[in-house]
Design a protein. Structure first.
Length: 172
């Protein structure tokens, strides 16, 4: 395996979740997004030699994914489509713009989690990093399920405010 192939594989695997999120934002169905992602990966792999190392892999892969979504839509044309291609293009542009702020938002969310009070930070980590259920968090922390829901609700509100504030300061 040469260095370019190894670099391409690393880029493809490290950006799978972003490509999937982009596709899901366009097709709105997890099963369809899975199918389109598989097809996108095939096309990306088939055209790996077209990718120029050092260029923007995410932008290139999103473009390929966009065309795979269009192809998928054509195959499903017999079914009633909710959006026409113009609206889909607008959604794709919005998703691309959203992805451009992904590294900043990811950095901000980590910073904002650190700013939560101990109870909220613990609940967020148990729920979203460890995948714990509300019931198990309540049991482990000796709280009622409704209390855990309230803690998570307040934590999410605080995180949203904190990230929005950070994004507005980043733009200024």
């Amino acid at each position: 395996m040469n260095n370019e192939t190894a670099e391409f594989i690393q880029l493809l695997t490290s950006h799978q979740s972003r490509i999937y999120a982009y596709i899901l934002s366009l097709v709105f169905d997890r099963n369809e997004a899975d199918d389109v992602l598989q097809q996108t990966n095939v096309v990306l792999w088939r055209n790996a030699s077209d990718f120029e190392p050092g260029s923007n892999f995410v932008a290139w892969s999103f473009r390929v994914a966009y065309y795979q979504v269009l192809s998928h839509r054509k195959k499903k044309q017999r079914e009633k489509l909710i959006f026409d291609d113009e609206i889909l293009n607008d959604i794709a542009q919005a998703a691309t713009q959203c992805d451009q702020t992904f590294p900043t938002r990811q950095r901000l969310i980590q910073s904002c989690i650190e700013k939560l009070n101990l109870s909220q930070r613990d609940a967020v980590q148990r729920r979203y990093q460890n995948g714990a259920t509300l019931e198990s968090i309540a049991r482990e922390t000796e709280k009622k399920v409704n209390a855990v829901k309230q803690i998570l609700f307040r934590a999410r509100e605080n995180l949203i405010k904190c990230v929005k504030k950070g994004l507005s300061q980043d733009v200024s």
